[in-house]
Design a protein around this ligand. Structure first.
Ligand SMILES: *[C@@H]1O[C@H](CO)[C@@H](O)[C@H](O)[C@H]1NC(C)=O
Ligand SMILES: *[C@@H]1O[C@H](CO)[C@@H](O)[C@H](O)[C@H]1NC(C)=O
Length: 367
């Protein structure tokens, strides 16, 4: 058995192999999927058909090389967009967030590039964004926040703070590290003077799981006031120890760019060493533990993603609870997490339409 990630010199050899293989893979996919009848979904653009398998290879690459892509925003590059975020109050982290080994840490966030221009408006709304990455990968914050801002401009008058939490691969990065970080970021925004009702928590994929966990924590701990709204894009709602078993027979497997292997690695790294206890199960699998909340929740899912059925069931389970307000916006044929991936997979129009829907829904829900 080869242990992953690879050590040198095998890592360098693999990277070279990957770099040489990539153009060949792209060319052969371009040719193969030219006739739309051969496409995994005939309605897909050629671009989507090529990008989905390339992203699957990229996930293998990350797993094999151990390259986590972790790039913290720096003062030199981020300039006035940089947010230096300190945990201020130990009392905030109680119950499942208190851990003998995992402690709150200092973090950096990145405001969207229009932050300065928009902060002049009289009632600034803040979108606090926890990006996905399967708990093991961090996207380039400058690049990703740009793609997200393109969609976020439909959330009128809002500034977005791109909040990279600890990955599960760093020392002491397992659950509840990411939830501690989410709380630290949320507290930072509130302490800057923003009305909690003007804060929208946004999470996609693994980030969606974190946002749901944060909301549950806020609802049950009463440590901080509730935010105005929650937006979830392709949230991971059922983290379990048996990922391959869970998705056996899932019809979107092999179509979507998400693989069970990437989910399996993420789950293994994120789940605490002691396993899933009854105390933390609700924070890992909100699908199985729906809860009451006063905060309106917008949920987006792509109908071609591996998570689709579970997300639909999550929305259903949450809607069954009296008083909960949920809006579900599925996008036909869309793969996973088009908030982050729209540009590369060719679903920008659909992501914009979903965000317009979210903006209208949340405007109505807050009055
Ligand atoms: C940033 O602001 C400019 C000028 O107001 C606007 O044209 C542009 O669309 C904004 N960009 C984003 C990503 O919101
Ligand atoms: C969640 O995952 C578990 C474990 O694989 C599975 O048994 C269950 O059916 C899934 N969905 C729900 C609603 O629990």
């Amino acid at each position: 058995m080869i242990s992953l990630p690879l050590s040198q010199p095998f890592k360098s050899i693999y990277i070279l192999y990957f770099i040489f293989k990539l153009p060949l893979q792209i060319v052969s996919l371009l040719v193969y999927y030219l006739p739309s009848s051969l496409r995994p979904i005939p309605e897909w653009k050629l671009r989507t058909c090529v990008v989905a398998p390339v992203l699957r290879s990229f996930f293998d690459y990350v797993e094999i090389t151990g390259d986590q892509g972790f790039k913290q925003p720096t003062r030199e590059k981020a300039k006035e967009r940089l947010a230096l975020v300190q945990p201020t109050d130990d009392e905030l982290y109680s119950g499942i967030l208190a851990s003998p080994t995992i402690k709150p840490v200092s973090l950096t966030g990145l405001w969207d590039s229009n932050a300065t221009a928009q902060s002049g408006s009289d009632k600034p709304r803040v979108v606090l964004h926890f990006p996905g990455g399967g708990f093991t990968y961090a996207y380039d914050p400058y690049q990703s926040s740009q793609g997200v801002s393109q969609i976020m401009k439909h959330m009128r008058g809002a500034r977005t703070l791109f909040a990279q939490y600890r990955l599960a691969t760093v020392p002491n990065g397992r659950f509840p590290a990411a939830i501690q970080d989410a709380l630290t970021f949320y507290n930072y925004v509130l302490r800057s003077g923003v009305d909690p009702r003007d804060v929208i928590l946004l999470g996609d994929s693994a980030g969606g799981n974190i946002v749901i966990a944060l909301l549950r924590y806020l609802e049950t701990s009463h440590k901080l006031p509730l935010p105005g709204a929650v937006m979830l894009w392709s949230p991971w709602v059922n983290i379990t120890e048996d990922v391959p078993g869970q998705y056996t027979g899932c019809h979107n497997l092999g179509i979507d760019y998400v693989t069970t292997s990437v989910l399996q690695v993420g789950a293994q790294k994120y789940i605490p060493e002691g396993g899933i206890t009854t105390e933390i199960a609700p924070f890992l699998s909100p699908l199985r533990y729906p809860f009451k909340t006063n905060v309106p929740i917008f949920v987006h899912a792509g109908a071609a993603e591996v998570f689709y059925d579970e997300i639909k069931d999550f929305v259903h389970a949450m809607s069954e609870i009296q008083g909960n307000r949920m809006r579900f916006h599925p996008t036909k044929f869309a793969p996973h997490d088009i908030l982050l991936s729209h540009g590369v997979v060719g679903f920008t129009e659909q992501a914009e339409a979903a965000m317009k829907d979210a903006a209208d829904y949340l405007d109505g829900a807050s009055t």
